[in-house]
Ligand binder design. Structure first.
Ligand code: HGY
Ligand code: MN
Ligand code: MN
Length: 414
């Protein structure tokens, strides 16, 4: 079955969703639980209700829109992704999986399909780490990868606890209630832009994700002495920023030192205190992202970074402390779901290839409670997390048609 997706309507909903943003177009900034995020959530929920789906939200704001199936004794199938966006991002990361999921359901409904297993469209809360420092917050809590203590432990850049922020946004209830047990879903499929160049380079329409790289997050705090930029002479300085700068360079060296192209490490955040041009930095906080498809190699890279931190601390007379925010194993896709996706691509004559995902996704955690796989679509130049992120309406529609046919097969399986 290849239900016809309404390409124009799908493109329009993605454009309308992009307007809920705190950045000037074409950039999109939509940080979790901000006004823009809440307005975007309301927009998506209204479309789901209009499509006849039953909508519920859990205590951390994961949103579930259900197409009720004919056999309620069977575990539902699910699809979905995220609608939050990092600062100055694009409009397709995550949103393609949510709006494409809705459009897939609408297309199936339009051809008179009735699912045996209910189909859930899920918009996960805070896939991006921007506000609370850890990615996939909603799917971690849902899968049990993070426990309810996160509600008081995680704080945003203003020091506000997750529990306070989520309740102020209207999501109350105990975080424990977010947890779903294995078996809650019979399968999960996420549609997402590739966020890499391989599909476009290969002239392919789709990627079927066989594994998701192992992400780790590190926060390093450097405490120096600070002081007056004019009065403190160079030999007397214990400059917290310069020590952090050396650490950032060691992050790059450590990733290159594995000799594997799959090891990547990034110092994406650097906060210098007090942040005055005429004051020697007294404290610097770095947020570091380390990934590899091989978990052991990723751990080796982290260990090397931390040992370099110690050397730099001694040499520069500063104090370096660190927190490991997350250190997750890689995820393997479920072979039966991969086979379903391959069968659909062959039937629809979609040119595809199996591939790994270097970006992480909510699928990384959904794979802990349900057989999971992902469908990638090409994005121009492989660009993502930038305002010029782009995927064409036809590429998005084609990926959505693969998703629709896969949901039809998965929701009729006994
Ligand atoms: O960082 C990631 O891999 C995802 O896009 N949040
Ligand atoms: Mn992202
Ligand atoms: Mn994403």
């Amino acid at each position: 079955m290849t239900p016809a997706v309404n390409q124009q309507r799908l493109a329009q909903t993605l454009d309308e969703l992009a307007a809920f943003s705190d950045a000037a177009p074409p950039a999109v900034t939509r940080i979790v639980f901000t006004e823009s995020d809440l307005r975007a959530r309301a927009y998506v929920k209204a479309l789901c209700i209009d499509a006849g789906l039953v909508v519920r939200e859990d205590a951390v704001g994961n949103t579930f829109a259900r197409w009720v199936g004919s056999d309620l004794s069977l575990a539902p199938v699910a699809t979905g992704s995220h609608i939050d966006a990092i600062p100055e991002a694009g409009r397709f990361d995550g949103t393609v999986g949510v709006m494409g999921g809705l459009e897939a359901i609408r297309a199936l409904h339009a051809v008179g399909f009735t699912p045996r297993r209910s189909i859930d469209l899920i918009a996960f809360t805070s896939e991006e780490p921007t506000r609370f420092g850890i990615g996939c917050l909603g799917s971690r809590l849902l899968s049990g990868a993070l426990d309810a203590s996160a509600g008081s432990r995680l704080r945003d850049m203003d020091g506000r606890q997750l529990d306070d922020v989520r309740r102020a946004a209207g999501f109350s209830g105990e975080l424990e209630s977010v947890r779903l047990l294995p078996g809650a879903y019979s399968s999960f499929v996420e549609l997402h832009i590739e966020q890499g160049p391989l599909l476009e380079r290969g002239g392919l329409d789709a990627g079927i994700v066989t594994a998701i790289a192992a992400p780790a997050g590190l926060r390093v705090t450097v405490e120096g002495e600070g002081g007056h930029a004019g009065a403190v002479l160079m030999p007397e300085r214990r400059d917290a920023f310069l020590a952090a700068a050396e650490i950032a360079l060691e992050v790059e060296r450590a990733a290159r030192a594995t000799g594997a192209i799959d090891t990547v490490a990034t110092t994406g955040v650097c906060r210098v205190f007090p942040g005055a041009v005429n004051s020697v930095p007294s404290r610097t906080v770095l947020e570091i992202d380390v990934r590899d498809i091989d978990g052991d190699r990723r751990d080796w890279t982290m260990a090397r970074i931390l040992s370099q931190c110690e050397d730099i601390a001694v040499r520069r007379g500063v104090t370096v402390t660190h927190d490991i925010i997350n250190s997750d194993p890689p995820a393997q896709s479920d072979e039966t779901i991969v086979e379903v996706l391959e069968g659909v691509c062959k039937e629809q004559q979609v040119r595809y290839q199996p591939m790994i995902s270097r970006a992480y996704h909510d699928s990384l955690f959904m794979s802990r409670i349900a057989p999971t796989a992902m469908v990638f679509i090409p994005c121009r130049g492989g660009i993502s997390h930038r305002p010029d992120e782009y995927s064409s309406p036809s590429a998005i529609a084609r990926g959505t048609e693969v998703l629709a046919a896969a949901l039809a097969r998965l929701s009729t399986r006994p």
